[in-house]
Design a binder for this molecule. Structure first.
Ligand SMILES: [Zn+2]
Length: 272
């Protein structure tokens, strides 16, 4: 009887200290396991105190993501190039500060990516990817925001594949458990607003897919604890899109549309 009581006390204590460690990890680094992702914040002195936008270049290291139709380039290289172009565009205007989950060719789990946004108390999380499909004619960009129910079968399949792409090793679920349903609903709704702005700013500037704003249950978005979208810039399984996405001029155009949408969204939420 006594042993059971002691066990219960230990369990209660264990879960409390677990929660404390979790909330502490927002501002400090776990001693035993330093984060593989970078917490470097980019921004001019004028941008001091401005919201932080975390740009997440999808894949990296031993996870190349999709391979282009020519076989010459992989998703992880193009997402990093686009991430740097987006960072530079945002820094020019000085309305936000920027962090990048990676600025080189390294492997990160989905939770390591989202944890950057949580540690920095980011105002936004934007994950960049390049799509791939068996149909070589599929092309154009798509913006995904988080939902428990996918908008269509293709979105569900994509989320499944991105979620598997860099599966987490341990400690899943802790963050979801901490966010109340209400907080999650408001995060999803803010993310949908951001996705709508991204579509608006992109329309007419580069190729978008039909119904370009879609929904699915992406782990990396759920864990960011901030308005979060996953942007698929086009299809590297399509020959025309591959040429466009490999062109720095074209990527700069995409980055500029993203930057404008991000700045508009941050400004709108500041005045709400
Ligand atoms: Zn991807």
């Amino acid at each position: 009887m006594t042993a059971v009581a002691v066990g219960a006390i230990l369990l209660a204590f264990g879960s409390r200290s677990g929660a404390a460690a979790q909330s502490q990890s927002r501002s400090s680094v776990t001693v035993s396991l330093p984060p593989a992702a970078t917490d470097k914040i980019y921004g001019s002195p004028l941008a001091r105190g401005r919201p932080i936008v975390v740009i997440d270049a999808g894949h990296g290291g031993r996870d190349p993501g999709a391979i282009s139709v020519s076989g010459e380039v992989s998703e992880k290289d193009l997402t990093l190039a686009l991430a740097r172009e987006l960072r530079d565009d945002l820094l020019k205007d000085g309305r936000v500060r920027v962090a990048m989950t990676r600025n080189d060719d390294r492997y990160l789990t989905l939770d390591q990516r989202a944890a950057v946004a949580r540690r920095l108390n980011a105002g936004m999380f934007v994950s960049l990817h390049i799509d791939s499909a068996p149909n070589p004619l599929a092309r154009g960009a798509t913006v995904y925001s988080l939902s428990d129910v996918a908008s269509d079968a293709e979105a569900a399949r994509l989320a499944e594949s991105e979620n598997r792409g860099s599966a987490d090793d341990a400690s899943d679920g802790s963050v979801e458990a901490m966010l109340s349903d209400l907080a999650m609903q408001s995060q999803m709704s803010a993310s949908a607003d951001l996705a709508a702005r991204l579509v608006n700013k992109s329309a007419g500037r580069f190729e978008l897919r039909p119904n370009p704003h879609r929904f699915a249950a992406f782990h990396v978005l759920r864990r960011a604890d901030a308005p979060a979208v996953l942007f698929e810039a086009g299809y590297i399984s399509n020959a025309d899109d591959e040429v466009l996405l490999r062109s720095p001029e074209q990527r700069t155009k995409i980055a500029h549309a993203l930057a404008q949408a991000i700045e508009t969204d941050i400004a709108a939420r500041a005045h709400r």
